[in-house]
Design a binder for this molecule. Structure first.
Ligand code: ADP
Ligand code: MG
Length: 347
């Protein structure tokens, strides 16, 4: 979905011309960036901190569909999903590196739009785009982003720090991005069959959750303010069930989740009902929410109690008790890490 109507072929600029054009769009903000785009490598000053590094790749046809993902939003999302991983380490993201595989059906204007979205995310989160790579691709658009962050060694939170009986807390609400995707897929199918214009009315929240998610920088800041340091943490990219199991497994524990506690937005709930889907299953397995899931000591409960952005969804148990979901009637089920791929096939 390219919004700009003029078209300049990539070949008119060439690889170096394109890189120069992109480099000219970038403004550096981080004192730790000593050298950005333009040499053989960027130079970063860790300044006594530990560095965290993470990378994520987005492939056309696998992770996104250009028939409904505007390039500006796609660029934004490509950055945000990486920053989310850095926040999940309780670290501050400072630099990103962007590698692009571009097919020649892309004009220069499309790359501009993609970059506008990326640079908007960089500005919003205070990170510098310090380099990348540009190749031509014969299999659609490829976007690989690497994020670099830093934190004091004692502040970094790993997946393996949870203790038995600690509380499992999630930020925001769940299942929205998945329901947004269902709306987009449905409208695309209608358009393909009948040519009817998509009807996206009234679904702003869940569409934004899918197309232009945010990383929970605000939650990291909130926890600092509340003086709560999570004992383990992960971001929710594949679904609550799968991520809760990751924390439990890494910490050598089991986990119990309570269906009645799952935070679900009313629009997510009603859309799930319209699609004949169980809203709880969407929250558990929907994925792409980019919320933070973490454990805290029971003694910290009073500090987070009543905060509208934080919900206790369960607690850790010993390894022998396994991974369990308690339903609204009190019945217990095995919690499975379906992730959203398996979930799609099931529904
Ligand atoms: P090399 O051939 O040494 O890898 P490149 O010509 O690929 O060098 O890159 C030159 C500079 O441009 C480097 O600083 C690199 O990080 C940067 N760069 C290349 N592609 C991109 C891109 N898509 N976005 C941002 N920076 C890029
Ligand atoms: Mg290169």
């Amino acid at each position: 979905m390219i919004e700009n109507s003029s078209r300049t072929e990539l070949s008119a600029l060439g690889e170096f011309g394109l890189i120069e054009r992109l480099a000219a769009m970038v403004q550096l903000q981080q004192p730790s960036t000593k050298k950005g785009i333009g040499d053989d490598a960027a130079v970063i000053d860790p300044d006594g901190m530990q560095q965290v590094v993470t990378t994520d790749m987005l492939l056309e046809g696998v992770h996104f569909d250009l028939s409904y993902a505007p390039l500006r939003h796609l660029g934004y999302k490509a950055i945000v999903v990486n920053l989310s991983d850095v926040y999940a380490m309780n670290a501050t993201p400072r630099q990103v590196i962007v590698a692009l595989g571009l097919s020649n059906r892309f004009p220069v204007e499309a790359v501009d739009e993609l970059y506008e979205g990326m640079l908007l995310a960089c500005r919003n989160y205070g990170v510098d785009l310090v380099g990348g790579d540009t190749c031509s691709s014969r299999s659609g658009l490829v976007i690989a982003v690497t994020a670099i962050g830093s934190a004091k060694p004692e502040d970094i939170v790993y997946r393996n720090g949870a203790k038995d009986k600690e509380l499992l807390v999630v930020s925001g609400d769940l299942g929205g991005a998945y329901m947004g995707l269902q709306i987009l897929e449905r409208e695309k199918a209608v358009f393909t069959e009948t040519g009817a214009q998509p009807d996206l009315e009234g679904h702003d929240y869940i569409l934004e959750r899918q197309l232009k998610p945010e990383a929970r920088k605000d939650i990291i800041e909130l926890l600092q303010k509340l003086e709560v340091k999570p004992t383990s943490m992960i971001d929710i990219s594949d679904g609550l069930a799968s991520e809760a199991i990751h924390l439990a497994r890494a910490s050598g524990l089991g986990v119990r989740l309570y269906d009645e506690k799952l935070p679900i937005d009313p629009t997510t709930y009603s859309t799930a009902r319209d699609f004949n889907l169980d809203p709880s299953m969407c929250a558990l397995n929907g994925g792409e929410d980019y919320e933070l899931l973490f454990t805290i000591a029971q003694a910290d409960y009073d500090k987070i109690k009543g905060n509208p952005s934080l919900t206790v969804v369960g607690h850790m148990v010993d390894a022998a008790s396994g991974y369990r979901l308690v339903d609204k009637q009190g019945g217990e089920h095995e919690l499975k890490a379906q992730g959203w791929d398996a979930f799609l096939q099931k529904s």
